[in-house]
Ligand binder design. Sequence first.
Ligand SMILES: [Zn+2]
Length: 367
Amino acid sequence: MLKELAFNLLKKLSEAVAPSGFEDGVKVIVMQEMERSVDKMWIDSMGNIIAFKKGNGNGRVMITAHMDEIGLMINAITNDGFLKFVPIGGWNERILPNQRVLIKTLDGKIIRGVIGVKPPHIMRPEEAKQVIPMTELFIDVGASSKEEVEKIGIGIGSIAVLERTVERLGNPNVVTGKGFDNRAGTTVLVLLAKMLENVNTEVDTYFVATVQEEVGLKGARTAAFAISPDLGIAIDVTIAADVPGVPEHDQVTKLGKGPAIKIMDGRAGSGVIVNPAVLKLLIDVAKEEGIPYQIEVLSGGTTDASAIQLTREGVPVGVVSIPTRYIHSAVEVLHLDDLINTAKLVIGAIKRINKKWIEENIRKVIK
Ligand SMILES: [Zn+2]
């Protein structure tokens, strides 16, 4: 069943240890899962996975999901064996204390550690209320000296992510885990390849699992240049702030109400403003196929689509997002129906794009 497949894929992908720049842990899973469904697959010089599905050659569509997650990098080891770290990507330091982490040693072993803080009993009352700056946090691997840490294989430049398995909540269609940003999108990308396996399309499709999105949309930028697509669609998560204390008008999207079709993101539109023809296409697909959807306008953050849009002479882009609660934490929450409907929506779009659509909407010849 599609929902079981989606859950199992999300679990496998989410539990990988693979922050930006160190995506190998997730890359192997993506390649394994996609290999049989596409005609060609390669890793480009930046590290992106490009999986190519041949259509009738009447256009090139690039579908991306970034496979990196935010993480930490060890930048110092204290003499008494604690690890200091710097962020990879946008962390809120309130999330980090009291978490278990998985550290990847320089030779690829996975080691468990914890981010401990001083117990409340010995905190001064003012101190107990404060957020501890990241520069004061540390990882404890149970070692008692720098030498012991080095013997374990951890060194400057080792990376770490939060340790969290993917599990179902009270409502079994709602799941929680870390790194749903953007292993949820990566799951959809893999599903797309599988679901389109025996479908003939007018356009050739490039499924791209991008690297280093969380540190500046880097992989998408180079992949888009190489592919030079007629159209790009990014799949990512977006804010679902439908929780107590957030007024309705600030919630952005709601969990379980369908994929979000984006119109704009970034501060004051500095991220992306999507192409109106692509926007219309996505909304038409949702309406025609009875897929629930939400319209998204986000005032901060952006996706790979921003980088794709500004490639060469410009690329028309759209974004489909999976509503996710508590993004960039260890307890991200999403609804499996939203995940599956995201895949259905993007498939509907790919099927409808042909030479005529591109000529009428994308490269209009005026004279
Ligand atoms: Zn993301």
